[in-house]
Ligand binder design. Structure first.
Ligand SMILES: [Zn+2]
Ligand SMILES: [Zn+2]
Length: 557
């Protein structure tokens, strides 16, 4: 009887309907005493909608309240959208973090920087290893993606097996190990897979993603034929690409100079796990100055147009040690993450203005390939594991919808779109929403973690639109006005259309409003505050067409 009441639920707290801040919870047991495993704990990056906030975390409140029943935080791979929240959240959750060696190096560095390395237990997993947590077990299954050691996870329960793909593509000729685990996934399929929880990023695209080997060929040709300097920018964690660029440079008799802290750190991590050997030498920025033009390949960060990255400073010609000029070439061995188009376009234009030849990815000139599966690859994965049911994840709503449609076209009838905060029973089937829980975002604001949408960005967004007015009035306890009102404004126009100072206009409005109040009303602070606030907002709106944020301070003298 008790066995019958146990089920496996999936609860995403981030990662559905958006690309970023992946956090999935798998819970096995009876509702009242489920044991939980967390898969990934990533961040998303802020934009103009989150002024002052660069890093966004999933709100872990649900699992934090149940942390005694959280057995592990399992990391599929080392991209920021999968590990970035660990230094902010892991210590609060009090569960050990499991990661493969490359990811573990990068996570450890993050924990050290955040000062939590002694509080968070970090355990290394060997790809292929099987871990047991009570009645659940998890196997790390190597796949291919766009950085070292990507894994799918097989999650075993007494009621059946679920496969969580993590981020993957199917690259049959990867440039760094491992190979994609066709054999192991087919074995799991033979044994029976209940549910596939699957990457949706490229589910709208037909065909297959090109292999890294095809990118290698283009980069080799471009680098060997270039007359001047070649700079290549790519994602700093893309060790396979870094390796290919290093090899292409060597073949062309060029040295590789690295600019960018994040890339240097990844190169060190890749060396530690044996993915880059001593044959790959990477010189410091200083070397750029003394190498002849035709002897250098610059490997740099900044493919997303980041203002502080090396490439943006080179484009502005303000980098202390690196300059490019007419006849040099910059290859964007990357794609532009949605939202970054303006920044990337600006860097490209500034480089072009220097006379630099800017190369971007295209089907004719393949200098980048995605790490996510297109439809043919999804189909191959389905064929290997033959799931009974499918949950699309890791994608914007449009990608997940396309994925659901594709899965159904491939004969998987039971498909359910997940949503952050929505708990689904996935084993036994059919897929069904069983509970809604708290979910949302937290913002990293300076050194603090604050609520997301209800936190300080709300006011900042408003401030950026309308500015602020502070009015101070002095009254005595009987309600008599004692001295003139004071005003401070920020972010308002200086003068009205009639050339009147806004501050004067608003002060007059405040004084008039105060005059019209009865003395009895003026004895009540709240009444003064609300009357003046409304009067000032109305006066501003009449002249300006916009209502500022207004604060009134009542001083009783
Ligand atoms: Zn991802
Ligand atoms: Zn990834």
């Amino acid at each position: 009887m008790t066995e019958l009441c146990k089920d496996l639920v999936l609860l995403p707290l981030g990662g559905t309907g958006e690309i970023g801040m992946n956090l999935y919870l798998y819970g096995w047991g009876r509702q009242e005493d489920r044991r939980w495993l967390m898969v990934d704990c990533g961040v998303m990056f802020g934009d103009e909608r989150t002024p002052g906030v660069e890093v966004i975390l999933p709100d872990p409140a649900f699992i934090e309240e149940r942390r005694g029943r959280l057995d592990a935080i399992l990391v599929t791979h080392a991209h920021e959208d999968h590990i970035g929240a660990i230094p902010w959240l892991a210590w609060r959750l009090e569960a050990p973090v499991y990661a493969t060696p490359f990811a573990a190096i990068l996570i450890r560095q993050k924990l050290v920087e955040a000062g939590w390395e002694d509080e968070v237990e970090l355990k290394e997993v060997t790809p292929g290893e099987k871990l047991t947590f009570g009645e659940m077990a998890v196997e790390y299954i190597p796949v291919t993606h766009s950085l070292p050691e990507p894994n799918s996870l097989a999650i075993f329960t007494p009621a059946g097996t679920v496969i969580h793909t993590g981020d993957f593509k199917i690259d049959e000729s990867p440039v760094i190990p491992p190979e994609f685990s066709f054999g192991r996934l087919r074995e799991l399929g033979d044994a029976g897979v209940e549910v596939l929880v699957c990457d949706s990023t490229n589910a709208g695209k037909e065909g297959r993603s090109p292999s890294e080997t095809e990118v290698r060929q283009t980069l080799e040709r471009l680098i060997s034929e270039a007359p001047g300097r070649v700079a290549v920018t790519t994602f700093s964690s893309h060790v396979g690409r870094i390796k290919v660029i290093s090899e292409a440079a060597r073949a062309a008799g060029r040295e590789v100079v690295v600019a960018g802290f994040a890339m240097r750190r990844v190169i060190e991590a890749a060396r530690e796990v044996g993915l880059l050997n001593s044959g790959h030498s990477f010189l410091d920025e200083e070397a750029f100055g003394y190498l002849p033009r035709e002897k250098v390949v610059l490997l740099c960060t900044g493919s997303q147009g980041e203002a502080r990255a090396a490439l943006s400073r080179i484009a502005d010609d303000v980098h202390p040690r690196i300059a490019l000029e007419r006849g040099d070439m910059v290859i964007f061995s990357s794609f532009t993450i949605p939202g970054n188009e303006k920044a990337v376009g600006s860097v490209m234009n500034r480089l072009a203005a220097l006379g630099v030849d800017v190369i971007v990815n295209s089907p004719e000139l393949l200098v980048h390939t995605s790490g996510h599966p297109r439809r043919e690859e999804l189909g191959t994965y389905y064929d290997l594991v033959r799931p009974k049911r499918l949950v699309p994840m890791h994608g914007e709503m449009i990608h997940m919808l396309k994925h659901a449609e594709f899965a159904r076209s491939r004969g998987i009838e039971d498909v359910l779109l997940p949503q952050d905060g929505r708990m689904m029973r996935i084993v036994p089937g059919p897929l069904e929403v069983v509970e809604e829980v708290r979910s949302g975002q937290l913002h990293v604001d300076g050194r603090l973690v604050v609520p997301g949408d209800k936190g300080p960005v709300r006011a900042r967004r408003k401030l950026s639109f309308v500015g602020i007015v502070v009015i101070s009035v002095a009254l005595d306890s009987k309600g008599n006005v004692r001295g003139p009102a004071q005003i401070i404004t920020e972010g308002l126009p200086e003068k009205t259309l009639e050339d009147e100072y806004f501050e004067d206009l608003l002060l007059d409005a405040a004084d008039d409003a105060l005059d019209q109040m009865s003395r009895a009303r003026r004895r009540i602070d709240e009444a003064v505050i609300e009357t003046l606030r409304l009067a000032v907002r109305r006066a501003a709106a009449a002249e300006w067409g916009k209502k500022p944020i207004v604060h009134v301070i009542v001083q009783r003298v």
